[in-house]
Design a binder for this molecule. Sequence first.
Ligand code: GKR
Ligand code: MG
Length: 442
Amino acid sequence: MSESGPDFSLATLNPDATASNSSIITEISVTPVAFADPPLLNSVGVHEPFALRAIVVIRTEEGLYGLGETYGDEAHVARLNRAASMLVGADAFNINQVSALVTESLREDSGLGGHGTGGMVTTTSLEDRVLSAFDVACLDIQGKALGVPVSMLLGGAVRDEVAFSGYLFYKWAGHPGHAPDAWGEALDPAGIVAQARKMVNDYGFTALKLKGGVFEPEIEAATIEALREAFPEMPLRIDPNGVWTVETAIKVGRRLEPVLEYLEDPCLYIADNAAVRAVVNLPIATNMCVVSFNDVPPAIAAGAVDVVLSDHHFWGGLRRSQALAGIAETFKLGLSMHSNSHLGISFAAMIQLAAATRNIDYACDTHWPWKLASDDVIVPGVLEISGGSVKVPTRPGLGVELDEEALARMHQQYLDCGLTKRDDTTYMQSIHPDFQLTTPRW
Ligand code: GKR
Ligand code: MG
């Protein structure tokens, strides 16, 4: 080691690039894609007609390929491309090397602008969210090289299926100017109960989460109570994405104490959630105030959260998400998973990670039912939700295969849709010009 710390240059770490026990990266492609998305309402606006993702394909000299999936916002794609160009020649087995090169690629980050996460979570670690897709693709390669599923690389599967929750959204019947979609309108408690029935009938979910922060808290609390009446035994959660004041969160929290499994991000900040938690007898879950390793100590010190909803897309990939799981275990925090609109590669990665993580305490989130089955870049048929769970793929790597023709088609869809970043607020304002982004709102 030099005085300035470890030397991660390729020459040092990889003096013999042709060694047979390595998987040298020869090529990386980063392809933005778009897929149809329904008008799902949230605190910052409404989902646009297309959701964006970036697909990372890493190829190695022995002819293997590994898959990663992440946010498709332009700024993020630019960072991925810059990192990708530096990773050629690295060893897909050496995640520390890959991580150091990603960090190096971000040294000159001026001019790109934007967090690029395509959502509300803006204070995540830049390095971790760029690293994630490369980490997953490298693990896919490692699994294929060794003939084992990714879950085995992460310590071995402790379950052979992973449970997910049905993710309910208030929504319009269809995007303005388009025909209604298969889910129809859900703008009141009865609409959400009908949506929940379809979710449960079609996928067998055994837990339900309502995306809140859309209507007056009174209406959203009544929606949860209507769900309880319709599904007397079902674990229920509500997530207003931090747009409630402490006062509102306490009022609604107390009202829903007998009904909820947990209350997700009632307020945006650690201190506010701690104030709510001090008087409301409900676990508080978060994917907004604990979104990087730096957030963990203050959240624990404040007693702000009981459940961390991890997300490998911003926690630095699967291995770093396992580090988070270790912290959760040590500090007796509950653990589950957050989701954004995603495709099959992300889903496979979430499933492999959850399979190998002992302390996944709740059914994980997924947006999977909201996309069309035909809209994906993987060969279909491997990931099916049945009885609310997905069987963990056991084939080498992530267990999913790239459909090259679908990738090209969905990239064309990206070019044709004209979107370059997720912007629920501007889309909402194009339909309702009075819509304002306010946090807290109620
Ligand atoms: O898809 O509108 C959405 C969600 O609100 C998503 O963006 C959130 O990141 O699902 C997420 C959450 O749990 O906060
Ligand atoms: Mg959330």
